[in-house]
Design a protein around this ligand. Structure first.
Ligand code: 5GP
Length: 192
């Protein structure tokens, strides 16, 4: 039987570029990685695909999944639910795959409590001004939502001390390379 894979949690404030960094380091196939697609009740953004970016569900479907214990962690973020399907993560880890979660900080805290062996990585912006610029740069959300995301981001930044590793996303390819190095080191440790 293959060895159980790592659980890698990539977190940090909304807008910091977690998705971009994740897409970059996921190109490294030697990391034997798989992305865990989350479930959400938020509406689809232009360009997003069901089953690829998220499993898009209704609030009722999400609440049912919570009641049935189907989520490893979940939270309500700026009016929408987000959560990690448990079964998929377990199956892949049991097959020896390293499973990557890209989630906000409350979910990451739940993972830390449930899975103390999780490899937790926090991504910071080069500055709060830059973070605001990135959040506004999306241009897909109303000002009220932007304000809520900014306020939330300031609170999220205070959670940085809870993580094993902290990486600044000044340069996407560098941040992705640093994360790859961390994952490789942990893979070697598991093999040792
Ligand atoms: P967005 O609406 O911008 O796609 O995501 C909002 C926030 O929810 C981001 O910080 C994203 O990382 C986080 N998120 C995405 N999926 C999950 C999940 O399954 N669980 C938790 N806790 N947060 C998630």
């Amino acid at each position: 039987m293959s060895k159980r894979g790592l659980l890698v949690v990539i977190s940090g404030p909304s807008g910091v570029g977690k998705g971009t960094v994740r897409n970059e380091f996921m190109k490294n196939e030697d990391l034997n990685r798989c992305y865990s697609v989350s479930m959400t009740s938020r509406g689809m953004r232009p360009g997003e695909q069901d089953g690829v970016d998220y499993f898009f569900v209704t609030r009722e479907q999400f609440e049912k999944a919570v009641e049935e214990g189907k989520l490893l962690e979940w939270t309500e973020f700026v009016g929408n639910y987000y959560g990690t399907p448990l079964e998929y993560v377990e199956k892949l880890r049991n097959e020896g795959k390293n499973v990557i979660l890209e989630i906000e900080v409350e979910g990451a805290a739940q993972i830390k409590a449930k899975c103390p062996d999780a490899l937790t990585i926090f991504i910071t912006p080069p500055s709060m001004e830059e973070l605001e610029r990135r959040i506004r740069g999306r241009r897909t959300e109303a000002e009220e939502i932007v304000q809520q995301r900014l306020a939330k981001a300031a609170r999220e930044m205070t959670m940085v001390g809870q993580y094993k590793y902290v990486i600044c996303n000044e340069d996407v390819s560098l941040a992705a390379e640093l994360i790859s190095v961390i994952i490789r080191r942990h893979m070697e440790k598991e093999d040792a």
